[in-house]
Design a protein around this ligand. Sequence first.
Ligand code: SF4
Length: 704
Amino acid sequence: MSEIKTHYRNCNICEAMCGLEIKYQDKEILSIKGDQKDPFSKGYNCPKATALQDFYTDKDRLKTPIRRTATGWEDISWDEAFAEITEKFKSIQHEHGKNALAAYLGNPNAHNVGNSIFLKPFLKSLGTINRFSSASADQMPHHVASNFMFGAGMLIPVPDIDRTDFMLIIGGNPVVSNGSMMTAPNVIGRMKAIQKRGGKIVVVDPRRTRTAKIADQHLFIRPEKDALLLFAMVHCVFATNSVNLRHLANMVDGLDGLENIAKDYSPESVAAHVGIAANDIRTLADEMISADSAVCYSRMGASTQTFGGLCQWLTNALNILTGNFDRAGGAMFPQPAFDLLRNHKRGHKSSFGQHETRVRKLPFFNGEFPVATLAEEIQTAGEGQIRSLITVAGNPVLSSPSGHKLAEAFKGLDYMVSVDIYLNETTKYANIILPGTTGVENAQFDIFFNSFSVRNTVKYSAPLFEKEDYQRSDWQILNELSARMTDAPVDSPMHKITPEIILDMELKKSAYGEQGMSLQKLIDNPHGIDIGPLMPCIEERIKTAAGKVNLLPQLYVDDLPRLNAVMVQPARDENYPFDLIGRRLVKSHNTWTQNSDRLVKGRNPCTLEVHPEDAKVLGITKGQLVTVSSMVGAVHIEVVITDDIQQGIVSMPQGWGHNQKGTKMSVAATQPGVSINDLTDANRVDTLTGNAAFNGTPVAIKVA
Ligand code: SF4
């Protein structure tokens, strides 16, 4: 046995970038805890971090390629796998056109530095426009708003939570998620600090979430009515002559137009639909206006719904109008050391709407189509039909709307490949599975999450354990496929380049390069480097052609008739009297953490929350099994009765349903739960952005 050593790295499970201290001996992890010297997370970690070792030691995990045969799965060599895949992809594209091949990218790609860097050239090598990802399942409205208001989809304003005096959280549960589109380890600590310095936190949510319980005030809202609430608040800012653009006074276009439109959304006109009294809406607006600093943060509930696009536009507008944008304590742009916008010129032409899906005519944006359309694009015959697919680190059968229908579509593909470490509900349909490596075998550098971070920090973590010779990292798999798809010569740079080469180059070319930022500097500082708090930087960062914020992009104006129709109160389908909403759990992250015993053991977490009055009417009791059905499917699930949820609304967690035949996730199978996405409907989308509308799915409930 060799000596016990210590390794420092960032956790790569969620967005929070917590620094970890890992004690290990040889290739065994002895302990994982928060790194006290990490300048950002300061010793904080959530219970998921310790599962990093489980993913590494998981007996179900694949390490070399397997191929599906008529009699089961067989092992094949890497070379054989790469040769077959490229031969099949090329032949399908030769016969049916480039777009007959599609790619789907899952959320773990954003947590893997190699994939974050090399997916772009990989997708280019495939030559198809049929690209899909989990981004259109949860965050496209943020990117669309940034694109049209600030000139770049990746220029995301984040709440300056560490300095704000008033924080309004709409549809977000950061205490559980540790921030989402807001990288903020230890959100509880950061929220308590707001209260300690005399500030206030208000949560607006259809559920009394854990975040709501810590907040100073919680207001219930009806699902999918957040845009109306935000509009009414914007109305109040104008109606009370409280617009205060501060230093942005000469940088904002569209002010008069927005004022004119907002006249139609008084608190009184929306209150009944929103489920919040007009006076409470006015008070919320007043608090945003009068606080020394304030920020509105709206997230999952406000994004993954049929008006997600409008919600994110109005959230930005509210922060701007109340003088809380690009200012300490408001919504601010991070200045990351690896700047994804380094080469993004002002006035750069956006890809929004450059193409549209064949069947439903939904927009292409950020290099992809909405995942809610993937099944129909596979199943609808005609020019451009998808016949072949590669999935990379994703399980859309569980994470996308109408997941079971997507599974049906996968069965009809001519050829499918998955890059994944598990034989799961999606990869079981692949002809070949190519497994990469897990977190502790990879280097870690958070390219994306530094761009959403509430403080500017930077950190590189080397791999803790070297992979075995017979393994490939995910990025090596992608680069090998890229090289073979483009017939790159063996001495091509594609075979030599590494994430570290790109990282070093980007760090040196960044705004911090002149101060000596480099990969070596990060290697010399294993706890990470604090660059400092978010700073006003809109004049340098904005990417619109005129260098101004567009407060009133036309596509939002064009979307208003859809919102106005809601106020006419459409008749409810009596067959589906409840609204289903999702919920996040501390011990799970999407679909990919459920094969860790320590994260799934104990009480069944996959339950349906029902209000006591609804339970009484339905005649159901705690722990009873009920059937929940929607327009597209049905599941059986155990009931929890709680007044944390409003009457008429029910909630179940996302990321479950690991119980399908033909998969090999033995721990997950002990606590499989059911998939919320057997109920959500791929036909329900925010038509403006194409994002899936998970929240507000109409459902019926009866005793099973
Ligand atoms: S909050 Fe996220 S990054 Fe931090 S330890 Fe938990 S899973 Fe890891």
